[in-house]
Write a protein that binds this ligand. Sequence first.
Ligand code: PLP
Length: 373
Amino acid sequence: MTKIAFLDIKRMHDPLRGQLHRAALEVIDGGHYIGGEQVKNFEKEMASWMGAPEVCGVSCATFGLFAALKSFGIGPGDEVITTVHTAIATAEAIGLTGAQVVFCDLKPGYFFLDADEVERKITPRTKALIPVHLYGQPVELDRICALAKAHGLRVIEDCAQAQGARYGGRYVGLFGDAAVFSFFPSKNLGGFGDGGAVAMRDPERMRWLRMFCNHGRESKYLHEFEGINSRLDAIQAALLRVILPQVDRWNAARRSVAEWYGEELAGVSEVLRPADLPGTEPVYHVYVCLVPDREALRTELMRNGIESGVHYPCSLNTLPAFARLGQGKGCFPLAERACEHMLSLPMHPAMTRDEVRAVGGVIRKFYRGGKAS
Ligand SMILES: Cc1ncc(COP(=O)(O)O)c(C=O)c1O
């Protein structure tokens, strides 16, 4: 039985091994490990790839979100609205500033936040909105940005899972006041450890953010304010410079895999496949379906050598970390229901048609009541 990996990073990197090794060696032999040309060049290349005015490398997206919120002066007494269905990092970053996180449920039929609910939850204390392009699926940016404009709010796009996704033909990350990217290894623009980046419109705010990540300084011993150490490493930047030119091609391959799943699962009424918002080009960071009998199906997939995942098993409102909000089970019915039924199928750019066929075969057989193979 051949194993089908949920994500096969090694297979993705295999054709790039020589380049990756050379890039790492260049940094090791060069002896310059913090900041410097590799980081500057990566930032320039990423900005030019996505068409952003400027990009600043940071230690991870969690910190990038926190720094972006801080750059807008958000803190205690403020509220920031985001989706309840996201990685905890989005909400953590809000809490870290001292502001209150305000959760919204899902838009019916999608895995991202409901703009109508966002509108209902705006108060005089609301300062920012963080839409999350979860699973690489762009949110309704026109609506979110229009709401922000009408109420004088900042928009920080959480693009951690959506590098290279497009909305109305433009990359996500270009619509809000700031955008944050993660280079966690499994991401579409994945690095070799932790890393992230922030893109911003306002050069002065970007200057502040850059200094904040680097002990509040621009020159070595002149600390203009107390910041923190949260920079992108030189070796990470050098390796990301090899990965960046692959991202659009890899995203196109992910879209093909999604199409193959569509063909395989078209006749399986039990499986609700991901809906894409019209006018968007998703990048399928993960391929999430809603299924009945999830755990039994996962067991059957595993019995056939097929890995799967659940993103995420718990809605944030039900976690002890957010008990203080007093919004336990039942407060976000769509997200909570999704958490019970969602299943992430194997997805990566190196997947073959045969592998997708094998996954489809097991799922079809499972719902027809038979055991696969
Ligand atoms: C939607 C989302 N936001 C933020 C983050 C945080 O990214 P990082 O691990 O780089 O801090 C993640 C990572 O899982 C994420 O999926």
